[in-house]
Design a protein around this ligand. Structure first.
Ligand code: FES
Length: 354
């Protein structure tokens, strides 16, 4: 063994111990709060309002931060009133040290309100590993990007990456639904891209403007050519996303992500029993409600991350029983299936490996 390897071993052993990692972080962060032996961290270096109730934070990240691919999400951990919360956000890489995090303030949203009202330059934020498959396709198929509300953030990330890669060698359209025109974020940025690339165009549809635009529906696709060769991306509330899946079923590929989904399906009434094989418990939960939320209401705390059906952290094996996806309504009665409990409800008694 060479001398460096010998020296490295005791240091690795020291930094691999969780207790020692906390101790080392404690001391080195007194010198620089971004330093850590094990945590991907970021420091807010700039904060600005980018649209009504929408703020963007420029964040300097440390060397442990993994950028991931454009269009993916990162878990973001913040401590509010002494409690640590996890949320998922789509970040845009600005350069090799900075990312842009954009947050839309939602009514009663503890974390979005913290970002909008309390977070300030110098604050440190912890990140997790990137996840999600709403990334750019390998081929050069035309792209149709559909966003509603804060669903615009992964689209900004995809467009930024296309711009960087000279990837506008195909038609790229962005359609963006907001309530009012002043709710639309990054319009100047989209205009800049449109000015530079003839193949890129964007439209903003304001559904509560004086002359309101229609919500997304099939008529928007009437003049769309080559839908069969087009890759469609959609991000927005669950109703928006499920409409896109329905009306774009003829597209070459459809990649969607939903947020702020209704975790309750009012059409389902009654209760079912769930057997949890690993913890050897049987619990009764309401039909039509996210299995994750139902278990949490019973003080059972399954592992989870995004609560949006993207990160797979909550996925477990379903041994038997029938479930319904709360985003797209798909039912699944197959035994031995991977089940994301954050976005599925139980329709019958279930046995799951939890
Ligand atoms: S918590 Fe991320 S997929 Fe369920």
């Amino acid at each position: 063994m060479n001398a460096i390897a010998k020296l490295k071993k005791p240091f690795d052993a020291l930094t691999e111990s969780v207790v020692d990692q906390y101790a080392i972080n404690f001391w080195i962060q007194k010198l620089n709060p971004l330093w850590s032996v094990n945590q991907p961290l970021g420091k807010i270096v700039h904060k600005e309002v980018t649209a009504t109730d929408t703020i963007s934070l420029k964040i300097q990240v440390n060397r442990l931060f993994k950028f991931g691919e454009a269009g993916q999400h990162h878990p973001v951990y913040v401590v509010v009133n002494g409690i640590r919360y996890e949320r998922s956000y789509s970040l845009t890489q600005l350069d090799d040290q900075h990312v842009l995090l954009t947050v839309k303030k939602v009514n009663k949203g503890k974390i979005s309100n913290w970002f909008a009202n309390t977070a300030k330059t110098g604050d440190i934020i912890e990140f997790g590993q990137p996840f999600g498959d709403m990334t750019l396709p390998q081929d050069a198929s035309p792209l149709l990007l559909l966003a509603a509300g804060s669903g615009i953030t992964p689209m900004l990330s995809l467009l930024t990456e296309l711009n960087k890669q000279n990837g506008f060698n195909r038609p790229v359209q962005l359609w963006y639904w907001v309530k009012n025109n002043q709710d639309a974020a990054f319009v100047a940025r989209f205009q800049q891209i449109a000015d530079k690339h003839a193949d890129f165009s964007f439209k903003v549809f304001a559904t509560q403007a004086e002359q309101p635009a229609e919500r997304i529906n099939a008529s928007y696709l009437d003049n769309t050519q080559n839908l069969e060769q087009t890759t469609v991306y959609a991000c927005g509330p669950s109703g928006f996303v499920s409409t896109v899946e329905e009306i774009c079923s003829a597209a070459k590929a459809v990649k969607t992500e939903a947020f702020s989904m209704s975790l309750v399906d009012q059409s389902e009434i009654g209760f079912v029993n769930i057997i949890l094989t690993k913890t050897n418990k049987t619990v009764t939960i309401p039909k039509g409600q996210s299995i994750l939320s139902s278990l949490e209401q019973q003080n059972i705390k399954p592992n989870h991350g995004c609560r949006m059906g993207i990160c797979n952290k909550c996925a477990c094996n379903k041994v038997e029983g029938s479930t319904k996806n709360l985003v797209n309504g798909a039912q699944n009665a197959e035994p031995g299936n991977l089940l994301k409990i954050c976005v599925n409800s139980a329709q019958t008694d279930l046995v799951i490996d939890l």
